[in-house]
Design a protein around this ligand. Structure first.
Ligand code: MN
Length: 365
């Protein structure tokens, strides 16, 4: 704390060691994604060094205990040592519980690292501020109460670190409501566990995962930078992630050819960026009989972005009247007549026609 000012960075949910099993990304990207996580953590520590922040709060799931190796944790510990003037506070979450076997216990931590080692609330006390926190010591943390013994020193700035889902309380993850924590008197509550950055209240915040881990984590990712000046809190979100995941929808219009579509998508729909992960979903109605070469399109677009996958949600555009005219005497015509005479809604009839004609008309080709 300098000049009556306390500065901090708030982050967490690095998930170091993750294999990205649930991300749906191709397995050959895993090592690259792991290095992306490191690049973001390195940015976080560079930012702390540059700004000379007083504290870093890391709010759980900084690694995945099942997959992490001691060498990964040693690399993290090396980064802790790059900011000797900054106090680093760590709580553990459901993926990196501070259990008997936690690999984190093997590290030789420098004196600027403060570890919350208990599933009861603990505190580290300093001249002008106190930091409280609760860690998981198992995969789940489920107690009836957590804050009964807390008596805050209101002359100081008080900060609480938690790993929980405050918006959708869950018995495995502390089962806390906003009402359980918002009136405890903390000046700032640093949360972890939810990967989407969100402000629960002005001083109760999820920074989100530092590096997005899948297409469920779209948009900017980073950390919270905060300053207390004369007890008043100023804070901002700092984008620090190495990559951005983006979902793009594009509706195809009737007339196009492959190269027109490729150019159009490249120039108007995709943002060219070496760090962009894009899931492009194509919708709209294709001209009858037009089969879009999705794999070819995906390969051609790969030149322009770091990663892209193309999902084909297009529909074929059947001109029912015309098909009926041309097929009066065969099974296609009979099928259309039968469906039209069904006692069903127009919507259901159209669905039946679509699926039926898809099957019947492709049979011929
Ligand atoms: Mn978690």
């Amino acid at each position: 704390m300098k000049n009556n000012k306390l500065t901090f960075l708030h982050s967490g949910d690095f998930h170091l060691g993750s294999y990205f099993y649930s991300s749906d990304l191709p397995v050959e990207l895993v090592e690259n994604r792991r290095e992306n996580i490191w690049a973001s953590i390195e940015s976080l520590f560079s930012y702390a060094k540059e700004k000379k922040t007083d504290c870093i709060f890391l709010c759980g799931d900084i690694f995945n205990e099942n997959y992490v190796t001691l060498s990964i944790l040693e690399r993290l510990n090396s980064l802790f040592k790059t900011v000797p003037e900054t106090k680093i506070f760590i709580i553990f979450g459901n993926h990196d519980p501070y259990s008997k076997n936690s690999k984190f216990k093997y590290l030789n931590l420098a004196s600027n690292v403060f570890v919350f080692d208990d599933d009861n609330v603990k505190s580290f006390e300093f001249e002008d501020f106190n930091v409280y926190g609760i860690s998981y010591t198992d995969r789940i943390l489920n107690k009836s109460s957590y804050f009964e013994d807390i008596k805050l020193d209101r002359k100081k700035i008080n900060i609480l670190l938690l790993h929980t889902d405050i918006l959708m309380p869950n018995f495995n993850y502390m089962n806390l409501n906003l009402s359980d924590i918002e009136n405890l008197g903390f000046d700032y509550i640093a949360l972890g566990h939810i990967h989407k950055p969100q402000k629960v209240k002005e001083n109760i915040i999820y920074p989100g995962s530092l590096e997005p881990l899948s297409f469920k984590e779209t948009g900017f990712h980073g950390a919270i930078y905060g300053e207390f000046e004369n007890r008043k809190l100023y804070k901002k979100f700092i984008p620090l992630s190495s990559s951005i995941f983006t979902l793009v929808n594009y509706e195809l219009k009737e007339s196009f050819d492959f190269y027109y579509l490729l150019e159009h998508l490249k120039d108007n729909v995709l943002v060219e960026d070496k760090n962009n992960y894009i899931r492009l979903t194509l919708t709209g109605k294709l001209p009858m009989g037009f089969d879009l070469d999705i794999k070819g399109l995906e390969e051609a677009l790969k030149k322009y972005v770091h990663y892209i996958e193309v999902i084909d949600n297009t529909e074929e555009n059947y001109d029912i009247e015309k098909i009926l005219d041309l097929n009066r005497e065969n099974q296609i015509g009979i099928f259309i007549d039968k469906v039209n005479s069904l006692n069903e809604s127009q919507e259901i009839k159209e669905k039946i026609l679509k699926y039926g004609l898809n099957a019947l008309m492709r049979e011929d080709s």
